[in-house]
Ligand binder design. Sequence first.
Ligand code: GLU
Length: 547
Amino acid sequence: MDYNYLAQLLFPDITTTPEDMEQRFPPRQLPEGAKVTRFAPSPTGFLHLGNLYGAFTDERLAHTSGGVFFLRIEDTDAKRAVPGGVELIIKTLASFGLEFDEGAVIDGDKGAYGPYRQSERAEIYHTYAKKLVSEGKAYPCFCTEEELEAIRAKQEAEKLNLGYYGEFAIWRDAPIEKIEEKLKAGEQFVLRFRSEGSIENHFKFNDQIKGDINVTENDIDHVILKSDGIPTYHFAHAVDDHLMRTTHVVRDESWLSTLPFHIQLFKALGFKLPKYCHTAQVMKLDNGNKRKISKRKDPEFAATFYREQGYPAAVTREYLITLLNSNFEEWRLANQTAPIEDFKFTTKKMSVSGSLFDMDKLGDISKNVISRMSADEVYDGVLEWAQQYDTDFAAKLADNPDMAKAVFAIGRGGKKPRKDIARWGEVKAYMSFFYDDYFTVDSVELNFDKADIKAALSGFLATYSPTDDSAVWFDKVKAVADGVGFASDMKAYKANPSAFKGSVADISGFIRLAVTGRQNSPDLYTVMQILGEERVRARINNMINSL
Ligand code: GLU
């Protein structure tokens, strides 16, 4: 068979050669050891935790080695692409602090190795497809859906391996006349790779995360170009990652099954194989059982979840690194305030079998990080979040920044800061009682005589002055307790509770419920100082009148 003739017949319009491509995309000039990684999503409008997990790995590998992290858009499946998909990818990753050095940008490309959208690379793929055909390494297959279906049915019935191989690869050695006849009739074809592999052969392969793995050769003549000329993932992966000079391919472990084919393709194309990092699945505990985190069951699977819920970017970043490298937590304990960039990220500390996602841990990390922020930083974080997700609350925050900052200053700044906020989405509930519009009183069953509660509240109002310092304020609360037969001294109360109607803690509880509407709140004295005399009196009077 004259393969050059066949190549010309199939790709008459392709005049570029692999050499042209090599010149157009020369090896990168980077320092020794620099890693080039890529994030290569389909623009489906949905990014998930697995994507983030991979993208973080890519970003860290590149940026801890003086390399390049780029974005390639795998949009060969037009049905799955959604408008605005690229923008969503870029913005979502940026919200986690992941910035690309190169690649697709919202309205075009940035960098010398593009185009970075696969849909714009047809000529490049066809150049290499033509080369493979001219070397007898690829061939057209005109099988119809029905024929493929019949092959499959036979294989299933005879319990054989499925796929287009051996005796089933009917177009593999078809004579040129037969091919020409089909082409003349205008029939569609796919281009298949001619596999020389055998499933009898096994070899060892070193994956950067999984270590040495045993692989079986591929014997299937997989499709590399679909009938519309669009490449399959496998072919595009080989051509793109070679020409874009990717050194490390980080991708989900579900691609391991097709790795033997990819190794074959790189070899057939004369490309150097990149290093592979196959990432394990993200798992979670569900009623004590480990299972894969899922789109259907788990809202935290969506990458947008974290921003929507109001976890600060620094927190999700910190948590994801915790998930990615098993030695990060230990490092963090020893380096509590060091920037994350100082941590030596490595694929050697990544999980081989599955990383366990733990929402509670994320919450704990978040509480820690937020507790170390200044009141101003908390204010900025909440406001920015609310402007997107709760505009009414945002307006209130913006209307009186001083009050909000005074609230955020409660319990902040000392050696043991309060850890009461885990995410911006919780802040409104935490401080809603400071705003009259949001203020409501919890319905709480108070097991005391109503007359005593009224007397205590009125007694407090009679002596309350906003100019009191906290010691005087508390002395006054104690005096109220004594006045209504409650113990002002907790020790005395505990020694003989039946001698009293209650204690000073109960009196504080009445005042707290009246002023904040709840049984728990940040420091009551400070809360009252922030609310101001007028609102304190009004709320206590309301409670008195409602009893
Ligand atoms: N587009 C592929 C995916 O989203 C990319 C896999 C890869 O990184 O090679 O699964």
